[in-house]
Structure formats: structure tokens, C-alpha cells
Ligand binder design. Structure first.
Ligand SMILES: [Zn+2]
Length: 675
């Protein structure tokens, strides 16, 4: 079956940063793997181009929105190309194809009775002559009084509120206080799709089940109908049959997935139209890759719109976590983000492709771009293990470019063992679990390096040249295997290996039936050279120099260590008896007459929450602990503390008293194993 794969559409209001690259690199790995095993795949993306923010940016630059988004698109596409993202087509939501499908989908939803109207009150800037989105109004936080906060949330105290609640509000455009005006907006009746959505979320393989369960809370609260219109002036498509109303950018953005397929079909002739993939009964699989911040739109709104429009609902939505840099959240306001272009100015894209691949699993957990670990792991794994294996074996063979005849007694076991791992590696790539794939590939590389180290052909080549050639030729089999295994992750390096072997790259399709020996030993090999050099500390520092202050500080200030006594040893079996699980604190209260204790109600993914009494009251208040993810010893016998039965224990670190921190298992569903 043919597959259509998309990344979320980058917003055309700024440059591509490393957070985007997490998504585009993992999607590219998935797509390259599918192609390598012989699947029919089309990999599409587009810029998301509409909305007030784009219009304002264009105005600031003194150009039309169309000229502005054209320039941004060129920049985005160049970055993706330089990161070797193997896209089939890159489109724009400001295209005639997208206008066509936005109108078609809207008209079908309207004809089916799923569009309604509601009067809403919205801030209006009389000087600028336009309605103001929440982000275009600032004022004092109604909760803590901090000045210059946006109309939807406070960056100081994290309170969320409506723009009308701000004290002394002003328009970002004119600096004047907004007036409040009534306007009739169009709504998509999402509330009528609850049964459909419940069934869709429960479909096996549609999305991560933990996140599907989280979306379930919206059904309990009641799904709100969705405002899909904005009043003009607005950079977007006019709504058919309405005056001065435009589709809200979030309505036509996902439709870009369909229109990109239409534009690709027109440009290449490889399909009749987008409907080859998007018709309700199309014989195709649709895979979206998105970050967990836009799950609501992709897993509730988008399937509902598609089903109303009689189009195909995506088969799988792959959801990844967010990128942190040196352990801190990437944030424009805090200046902790690295743009993709400055990275490319100092470092090879293959390093980042490899590093992200080695971190990414199939779940939505966050990943950290630790500059130190990035350099150390890439040097140890990509350069030393895999790169050196190739260079050690091929450089000695390259002198006269001849391979020895296959000798099963020398290399058969090594190669067969490596081939036996191919299925597991392919399965991991298919599940977006490149971390597992990389681990297996590194084990293959390690075994081949051990194999060479045992025979030391670089020593014996003087005394026993044919014996040494035999050993090196068997190691070259593994290098040949790597041309297929590494291709999805670092395609350019796999190409280099193939050139040095003077062969075409192997594919996963060929590997499905491959047997020892993989190389035709009668054919000569090519010239050898290192496929990639080490990352030097100075180079990473250059990358740091291009990023703002907070990152630098964190990287260069190691924390002081205090000496602690080594604990006594226990058997592994004793340790293995303890069941650690991730939990979420649902509620907390003080325990009467016990200053140090809090009584916690903790969700462990079980039928009912557990009650756990914990001595953290000097470090945490009920307010600061509620909502936290914690690590729980789940199989401790219940014990009574101050007359309350405590059903487990939560883990903390620190000296005790006020000096205690909760161990955080990260953003995993309650009940997850902690190992
Ligand atoms: Zn505040």
C-alpha cells in the first residue's frame, strides 16, 4: 500500500530551529527506511502562511505578505535541504490548491449542518482598524500584577485568563487601549462529534494511548465548538458566502496536507490528484508526524473535519516530545533556542541527525540537546565505533583494492550474527524508535571492531598479507551492511561508505533475503578516507557562542559536589524486587499535628488513586506538589502513619527537611514502569 507522510507545517513567521529539526529528522528517517524496504512513499510538507502575525511581520519589513512568505519559504526549504530531508514536495497554504480544498471542506461541512454562528466580543484597535488576537493585547496580569503580559497567559506566574481580564490593556499594534466590539463568528460544531472521536481515539494504532487518554478529559468537560472565522482585514482566504470574513489560520493549515498532495500531483504527474490518497476509500495510508503541543488540533478537530467532508481520516498520528537545550525548555522569551542555520554554519548535519536518532524513541517523551553529551556520544559512537571500523578495514585494503575470497571459517559467524539483527533494526525504524535501531547498529559495529582487534591485521599485514586481507575483507562485509543500516539516519555517510567500497548501497529490501557473503569478492573496492571527523570542543563552543547567555552559563558552571559516603552493596535480586512506577499527584493536604507530613492522592494508572503519606511538608506545600509527576515505590506493604494508611512511598533526593526535591520521571503516563 502507498503511504503519504507529513510533518507539521512550519509557521512562516520565523526561521527553522532545532526543535523543528527533531520532527523533520525523525520523519525523514522513517520515510527513508520505508523507501529502502521498497514501499511507495510520498513525503510532503508546506509552510503555514496565514494569520495576523504574518501580516504584521510583512508590514514591519515593508513588503507584502505574499513577498514575505515567499522569502521565508525559500529559507525554510534551503535549511531542510541542507539537513538532507528527502522531501518529495514542499508547498504553501497560500496556494490555489489550498483555497480550493478549504472551500470544498467548508462547503461540505456547511451543507451537512456542522457550521453554526455565535456572537462574540473581541478586542478592537481603532487606530489600526483591526480586531486583536490574544497575543496582540498586553497588560498587567490579573493574578500577580506583572506588567506587559499577553492576553492569554502570564509568563511570570503561568496564570491563564481571557484578554478582557488584563488590567490596563493596550494594543501591541498602536499602544492604545482596545475597545470591545461584538462580531458574529462562524463555528465548527465539534461538540456533535464526541461519539465519532471516542471511537477514533480508541482505534488501535491511531495514536499514543497515553495521550489519547489525556484527550478524554475534553469529552468529560464537553467539547467546545470551534471558532473558524476571523474578521477582516486578515491575511487568509475569504469565507464563501460571507462578507469580510476569513478562514482562521488553524482551519486552513491542516488542509495544507491535502493541498500539498494536490500540488505535488500536478507538478510531478505521480498521482491524478490528492484524492488518490485523501478520498475516503483511497487505498493509501496517511501518517502525520507532530509535536505533542498540537495534539488537540490533529486528533480531535482534524479527524472530525475530514469525516464531515467525506475525506480520509489519518491512519496514524505520530507524536513526539519537545526539545530542551542543556536541560532547559527552549523558549524565545528566555533566549534558549538554537536556530538551524547557525548550526549548519559550524557543524555537519550528520552529527545532529545521528544524535537525535540515538535519543528518539517511539513515545512522546522530551529529549535534551545536551551540548556536552552531543559531542561525546557522537565522537564515541558515530566517529570512533562506526567511522573507524570502516576506515580501519578499508584503508588497508585500498592499497591494491583487492578483497580476499570469502572464508566462512573466518567471517561467516560475524556476518550472520549481524544479519540476524536486521529485522529488529527495521522494525524499530518503522516504529519511529530510532534509539533502539541505533543501539543494535552500534552493537554490530562493536562486534566487528572486536573481531579486528583480535586478529590485529594492521600488524600481521607485513608477515601474512593474505591472512590480513582475509580478516579485513570479512570486516568490509559489515561496512557494506552499514550502507543499508545507516542510510535512514546518515544517508550521506552511507553514500560515502558505498563509494569507498565501489558498490551501490544495500537496501533493507535486499537485506530481507541477503546471505553471507554480501560482497562479490572478485570486484575491486575504491579509495578509502575517514567518512567524518571528530567534533572538537571549540566547534561546539562556536555553536554556544551563537546562542544566547543562559545556555553558556549553564554549560560552563559545574555544580559543586559534596562528598557522600558510599552505601553498602545489595544483590541485584534484592533491588529487582522493588517496583518503581511513575505517578501523578492529584491532590494533597496537610496532616493534622504532623508538620513534616503531607497526605497525597496519587494516580498510578490504577482503578483508584493511592493514598501516600510523605515527609515532604517542609519542602513542598499542597499547592506546589499537586499536579507533579513523581516516582513511587509501588509494592511497599501499606503502613500506618499518624493513623492514615500509606499505600507506597514517593522518591525524593536531598538532605531532608527543606532540602528535598521530588524525583521527576518526566512526562510519562501514570503507572509507567521506572527502571
Ligand atoms: Zn501573573
Amino acid at each position: 500500500m502507498k503511504t503519504l507522510v507529513t510533518c507539521a507545517l512550519p509557521y512562516a513567521n520565523g526561521p527553522i530551529h532545532l526543535g523543528h529539526m527533531v520532527e523533520h529528522i525523525q520523519t525523514d528517517i522513517f520515510v527513508r527506511y520505508l523507501r529502502s524496504r521498497g514501499d511507495d512513499v510520498v513525503f510532503l510538507c508546506a509552510d503555514d502562511t496565514h494569520g495576523t502575525a504574518i501580516e504584521i511581520s510583512a508590514e514591519k519589513k515593508g513588503v507584502t505578505p505574499e513577498a514575505f512568505i515567499a522569502e521565508v519559504s525559500e529559507d525554510h526549504q534551503a535549511v531542510f535541504r541542507d539537513f538532507q530531508i528527502s522531501r518529495d514536495f514542499y508547498s504553501s497554504t497560500n496556494s490555489p490548491e489550498n483555497k480550493h480544498y478549504a472551500e470544498l471542506i467548508y462547503n461540505r461541512a456547511k451543507d451537512a449542518g456542522f457550521i453554526g454562528t455565535k456572537d462574540i466580543e473581541q478586542a478592537f484597535d481603532e487606530t489600526a482598524g483591526r480586531f486583536l488576537a490574544d497575543r496582540f493585547i498586553k497588560g498587567e496580569c490579573p493574578n500577580c500584577g506583572t506588567k506587559d503580559q499577553y492576553g492569554d497567559a502570564c509568563e511570570k506566574c503561568n496564570a491563564t485568563y481571557g484578554p478582557k481580564e488584563l488590567k490596563n490593556p493596550y494594543s501591541v499594534l498602536s499602544g492604545k487601549p482596545p475597545v470591545w466590539k461584538k462580531s458574529t463568528h462562524l463555528f465548527f460544531k465539534l461538540s456533535q462529534h464526541v461519539d465519532f472521536l471516542k471511537a477514533q481515539l480508541a482505534k488501535p494504532g491511531f495514536m499514543n494511548q497515553g495521550l489519547a487518554a489525556q484527550l478524554g478529559q475534553f469529552f468529560e468537560k464537553g467539547l467546545a465548538d470551534w471558532d473558524i472565522s476571523r474578521d477582516g482585514p486578515y491575511f487568509g482566504f475569504p469565507i464563501p458566502g460571507e462578507t469580510n470574513k476569513f478562514f482562521y489560520v488553524w482551519l486552513d493549515a491542516p488542509i495544507g496536507y491535502i493541498s500539498a498532495a494536490e500540488a505535488w500531483a500536478k507538478a510531478t504527474g505521480k498521482a491524478k490528484s490528492a484524492l488518490d490518497y485523501w478520498a475516503k476509500d483511497a487505498d493509501a495510508r496517511i501518517v502525520h508526524v507532530i509535536g505533542k503541543d498540537i495534539v488537540y488540533f490533529h486528533c480531535l478537530f482534524w479527524p472530525s473535519v475530514l469525516t464531515v467532508a467525506n475525506l480520509k481520516v489519518p491512519d496514524y498520528v505520530h507524536i513526539h516530545g519537545h526539545l530542551t537545550v542543556n536541560g532547559e525548555k527552549m523558549s524565545k522569551s528566555r533566549g534558549t533556542f538554537i536556530n538551524a542555520r547557525p548550526y549548519l554554519d559550524v557543524l555537519d548535519p550528520n552529527y545532529l541527525r545521528f544524535y537525535f536518532a540515538s535519543l528518539l524513541g517511539s513515545g512522546p517523551e522530551d529529549l535534551d540537546f545536551s551540548l556536552l553529551e552531543f559531542r561525546q556520544r557522537t565522537n564515541a559512537e558515530l566517529v570512533n565505533n562506526l567511522g573507524n571500523l570502516a576506515n580501519r578495514s578499508l584503508s588497508l585494503l585500498a592499497k591494491d583494492k583487492k578483497l580476499a575470497p570469502a572464508n566462512d571459517a573466518v567471517g561467516g559467524a560475524l556476518v550472520r550474527e549481524a544479519l540476524s539483527r536486521v529485522k529488529e533494526i527495521g522494525d524499530a525504524f518503522e516504529k519511529f524508535d530510532s534509539r533502539t535501531a541505533i543501539k543494535a547498529i552500534l552493537e554490530i559495529g562493536y562486534a566487528a571492531n572486536q573481531f579486528l582487534a583480535k586478529s590485529e591485521p594492521w600488524k600481521t599485514i607485513k608477515t601474512d598479507p593474505e591472512g590480513a586481507r582475509s580478516v579485513l575483507s570479512e570486516a568490509a562485509e559489515i561496512v557494506y551492511l552499514l550502507t543499508a543500516l545507516l542510510h535512514p539516519v546518515v544517508p550521506e555517510l552511507a553514500d560515502k561508505l558505498a563509494t569507498q567500497l565501489n558498490r551501490k548501497k544495500l537496501s533493507f529490501k535486499e537485506l530481507a533475503t541477503a546471505q553471507y557473503p554480501l560482497l562479490d569478492r572478485s570486484q575491486p573496492i575504491g579509495d578509502a578516507s575517514p567518512i567524518i571527523g571528530r567534533i572538537e570542543a571549540e566547534t561546539v563552543e562556536k555553536l554556544i557562542a551563537t546562542t544566547p547567555e543562559p545556555v553558556q552559563k549553564k554549560a560552563s558552571e559545574p555544580k559543586k559536589k559534596e562528598e557522600v559516603a558510599a552505601p553498602s552493596e545489595i544483590e541485584f535480586g534484592d533491588f529487582a524486587k522493588v517496583s518503581f512506577r511513575a505517578g501523578k499527584v492529584l491532590a494533597a493536604e496537610k496532616v493534622p499535628k504532623a508538620d513534616k507530613l503531607l497526605k497525597l492522592s496519587i494516580d498510578l494508572g490504577e482503578a483508584a488513586p493511592r493514598t501516600i503519606v510523605s515527609g515532604i511538608a517542609e519542602a513542598y506545600t499542597p499547592e506546589t506538589v499537586t499536579g507533579r509527576n513523581v516516582v513511587v515505590v509501588a509494592n511497599l506493604k501499606p503502613r500506618a502513619l499518624k493513623g492514615i494508611e500509606s499505600q507506597g512511598m514517593i522518591l525524593t533526593a536531598g538532605k531532608g527537611g527543606k532540602d528535598l526535591v521530588l524525583l521527576d520521571p518526566g512526562n510519562v503516563p501514570p503507572g509507567s514502569d521506572v527502571k
